[in-house]
Design a binder for this molecule. Sequence first.
Ligand SMILES: [Zn+2]
Length: 399
Amino acid sequence: MKKIVFIFLITLSLTVFSADYIFFFLGDGMGINHLKLANEYSIKKYGKTLNYNSLENLSILNTESLDGVTDSAAAITSFMSFEKTNNNKINIDKDGNKLNPVSYHFKDTNYKIAVITSNSIVDASPAGIYAKSNDRNNYISIANQLLESQFDLFIGGGRAFFTEEEILKKGYMYKRKIDIQAVEPKNEIILTSYSNNPFIFDQDEKDYYEKAIKYSLKKFEGEKFFIFIEGGKIDHASHAHDTLSMIEEIIAFDKSLKPAIDFYNKNPDNTIILFTADHETGGLSLGDGFININNLSSQKISYDKLISMINNSDDFDDFQKKSNVYFLNEENYNEALSDNNVSYFDDFVQNYFNHYNDLAGIKWSTFGHTINNVALFSNGIKFDKSVHLTDIFWDIIKK
Ligand SMILES: [Zn+2]
């Protein structure tokens, strides 16, 4: 129904947006407990409350897709096209019909558009801003649709899916780094890594998200804009129960809210900030009769690094020397390596993270996604107390 009304409104050109500037912060898998934990950790370790606390409005967001527990593809479809669909589908409805993502309406009404992620730029969440695909894994088609979209700015991983020649042929500039001193107005694709970016936890520079927002704001100065930014690795860390990588990812992602809040304070009448999630990942619960989050900081290795150390060690002794981790068991190590595909399902990996989670009193209940509600923080627009993903942009364009 929303779809039909939307087409009707566009046909009659009746949609007049009250907001000239829209920020959409999407923490992939970022549940309410994820936020609470990251905030408490930030206060304890860095003496700083996270920025999301200063946003004005808060609603509870329901995330279910037509399959119940959603994936990122169905969730971003709900946001952009106001329809529930089946998992795996990007801007395609349950009957296979193509939907009309609101981002293209922004484009048609002269908004500048930025799509930013820490994952590959063709991954489901960013793809939902510019592409339609019956299968989220159809990366070749999604990459082509990115180039065809002529959206103004893309920043993320995913060099594997593009050649420089193709990018230039479609009229885009191509870069591999965000350099705020070198902003030009022309359409641009910045691919910062081959597939997904490394965890913030593994990087010396922690300001990827903040730099990307500042870059977009400088590029779009004086123009209306829609900026989408995804904290994609929050979900990856949560699937693996890698609590500290998840926390550091949220802290860095939240840092990028500051330039948006500053912008809002200068333009409060026509700016919207959304800070939310597409679903919860991991079934995170805080406290096991006690809680001691200081104990998390003794974790020194992220999930990505742990996997790479396991794969690149000569044997168990070599692994111990390289990792400086001596509490794990050789039998589990050999088991993990036996199927040539070490992952978070392996006991060896889980025992590593459980060790720190147990010390802290933190429990994860699943390796998958849940239908736990997520939080929707906003400035410049107030939503009902309890909403679904499909309501958000629908409410924005109605106002
Ligand atoms: Zn996930």
